[in-house]
Design a protein around this ligand. Structure first.
Ligand code: GH3
Ligand code: MG
Ligand code: MG
Ligand code: MG
Length: 287
């Protein structure tokens, strides 16, 4: 596991790293707690934070608390605090500040390894739960909630004056596919369209046979080009399930980020454009 280790003493850091590294762990050691927090924020592979309570400039408890807030935005992070003065109060304060565990300094190798095995079990389970909560099981794409949440995060980075665009995609006459060939063929049509959407931008299944793509930092013109490519790719699909190969087409609504925009506004405008694409004949793109 990738472990961030924080202590004011380089000797202590070296000693603990020497216990961890032979067991295959990657250790990033810090004497400064603010630098450690920045590193954790920028490094999604970090699974475990081990920090002394006596660190600076953020105290160990403040570091715990801040790391816990980062972890709430959908990443598993196991926090272990360390103190040479083990008192009931230290222990309770650490746990109340968001720590998962508390060890005495210096830790015994057996205890440290056992606690890290617990961390490994727990963070693996958390990762799996996070993955399940974000994924649409039929297509493997982001589900609606995760799609919107990623889009909001992207919009925060894009800001008021930046570029961003969206595409909404809906399969044409999908009821006909279900009615004519059955629900299983309908499902495989949804899967085939989902595969065709690829991985450019934030891609999600928003509902039954409706999908969304958000392109952070890219103008509507780029979204239009991508939509054109997707439209042609989907049109060229030939699905099995009937006597003859089954064709499928989609309609597309494209929208562009405007000053003071919100994700809701962006998607609403793409939805209006999509509605127009349906009304004017389907298998087309409206911007
Ligand atoms: P339009 O061109 O106007 O979009 O026509 P449509 O037939 O696609 O219309 P609509 O969006 O109303 O129909 C969607 C249908 O998709 C209704 C629903 O029964 C079906 N559906 C929704 N989710 C699933 C799914 O997971 N699998 C299958 N096979 N069908 C689904
Ligand atoms: Mg519809
Ligand atoms: Mg449809
Ligand atoms: Mg629909």
């Amino acid at each position: 596991m990738h472990i961030v280790l924080v202590d004011t003493s380089r000797v202590v850091l070296k000693m603990i790293a020497a216990l961890l590294e032979p067991n295959g762990h990657t250790v990033s050691a810090f004497t400064n707690s603010t630098e450690a927090l920045d590193y954790i924020e920028q490094t999604p592979t970090v699974r475990v934070l081990i920090t002394s309570l006596e660190v600076r400039p953020l105290s160990g408890l403040e570091l715990c608390w801040s790391a816990r807030l980062l972890a709430e935005s959908n990443r598993p992070l196991y926090v272990i605090t360390m103190s040479s003065a083990r008192s009931e109060r230290n222990l309770a304060e650490a746990l109340d500040s968001g720590a998962d565990d508390f060890i005495e300094k210096p830790p015994s190798p057996e205890e440290l390894h056992a606690r890290l095995r617990a961390a490994d079990r727990l963070t693996n389970m958390q990762s799996e739960l996070i993955r399940l909560a974000q994924t649409d099981p039929l297509t493997g794409l982001l589900n609606r909630r995760a799609f919107l949440s990623r889009s909001h995060e992207a919009a925060d980075r894009v800001g008021n004056h930046g570029k961003m665009s969206a595409i909404l995609i809906d399969i044409d006459h999908f009821k006909h596919i279900n009615d004519e060939y059955g629900h299983d063929v309908g499902d495989s049509a949804i899967q085939a369209v989902a595969r065709e959407l690829g991985t450019e931008g934030i891609v999600g299944r928003l509902g039954g046979e409706e999908f969304g793509v958000v392109l952070p930092h890219r103008p509507g013109a780029d979204a239009e080009i991508l939509a054109g490519r997707l439209r042609r790719g989907i049109e060229a699909l030939r699905l099995r399930g009937g006597r003859a190969p089954i064709r499928v087409t989609c309609s597309f609504g494209v929208s562009d980020w405007i000053e003071g925009d919100t994700v809701e506004g962006l998607i609403k405008r793409a939805d209006i454009a999509l509605y127009e694409a349906k009304a004017t004949g389907r298998n087309r793109i409206v911007t």
